[in-house]
Design a protein around this ligand. Structure first.
Ligand code: PNS
Length: 187
C-alpha cells in the first residue's frame, strides 16, 4: 500500500498552539509528517533555528509519525529530497487564502507531482499568529493560551530584559510615591 509522506514547512518563530493543532490533524491523515523549519538568512528571527527545532521536537514528541527537520532553498526541492508527495499548510481565515493559493500554485508550477493540502486549525486558534505572539510577548502581555507551556517559558526567558524594564517602571513609580509622601510631610 502507498504510504503518504507530507512536509509542513514554515518559520515557526515561535511555534504556536495553532501550529500544534495543525500538526495533530496532519498526523492523522498522513502516514508521515515532517515539520520543516526554514533556515532563512534574510530574516532576523526571535528564536534561532535550533531553538525552534527543539521546541517543535518537544511539542511533537507524543506523535509517532511526526519528525522535525530544518531546510533551506525551495520547499518543493526539500519535499522531493525527503520523498514527500504533499505539502501541508494551514489556512486560518480568508485573508490567508490569497497568499497560500499563490504559493501553492507556484509550488505546483515548480513541481507538478507535489500536492498542497490545506487544513484549518480549530476556530479557537484562528486569530493566533507567530508575529502577534512575538508582539504580545515583547510588550509584556499574557501569551499562556496562545502557545504551549514550554514555548511560553522560552518566550519569558527571551523577554527577560523587557521584564526588567517593567520592574524599573515599578521602582520609578514607588520612588515618585515616596517623594510625594515626603513632600506632603514637609508641607
Ligand atoms: O510560516 P511561514 O513564514 O508562512 O512559511 C513560509 C514558507 C517557509 C512556507 C515559505 O516562505 C517557503 O516555502 N519558503 C521556502 C522558499 C520557497 O520555496 N519559496 C517559494 C515559495 S512558492
Amino acid at each position: 500500500m502507498k504510504r503518504i509522506k507530507a512536509v509542513y514547512p514554515g518559520s515557526f518563530d515561535p511555534p504556536t498552539n495553532g501550529h500544534l493543532d495543525l500538526i495533530e490533524r496532519g498526523s492523522k491523515i498522513f502516514d508521515e509528517l515532517v515539520v520543516a523549519v526554514l533556515r532563512n538568512l534574510d530574516k532576523a528571527p526571535l528564536f534561532s533555528v535550533a531553538e525552534r527545532r527543539n521546541m517543535l521536537e518537544a511539542m511533537t514528541s507524543g506523535f509517532d509519525n511526526v519528525s522535525v527537520e530544518t531546510f533551506d532553498g525551495l520547499t518543493v526541492e526539500y519535499a522531493m529530497t525527503v520523498g514527500a508527495s504533499a505539502v501541508l499548510r494551514g489556512i486560518r481565515a480568508i485573508s490567508d487564502y490569497e497568499y497560500e493559493l499563490q504559493m501553492a500554485l507556484m509550488n505546483r508550477k515548480l513541481q507538478p507531482s507535489l500536492e498542497t493540502v490545506f487544513m484549518m486549525p480549530a476556530e479557537k486558534y484562528s486569530y493566533i499568529s507567530s508575529r502577534l505572539v512575538r508582539e504580545v510577548a515583547q510588550l509584556g502581555g499574557n501569551i499562556d493560551c496562545l502557545v504551549p507551556e514550554l514555548v511560553a517559558q522560552k518566550l519569558r526567558e527571551k523577554m527577560d530584559p523587557a521584564l526588567k524594564f517593567v520592574d524599573v517602571e515599578r521602582l520609578e513609580r514607588k520612588a515618585s510615591e515616596r517623594k510625594s509622601r515626603s513632600r506632603k510631610k514637609k508641607s
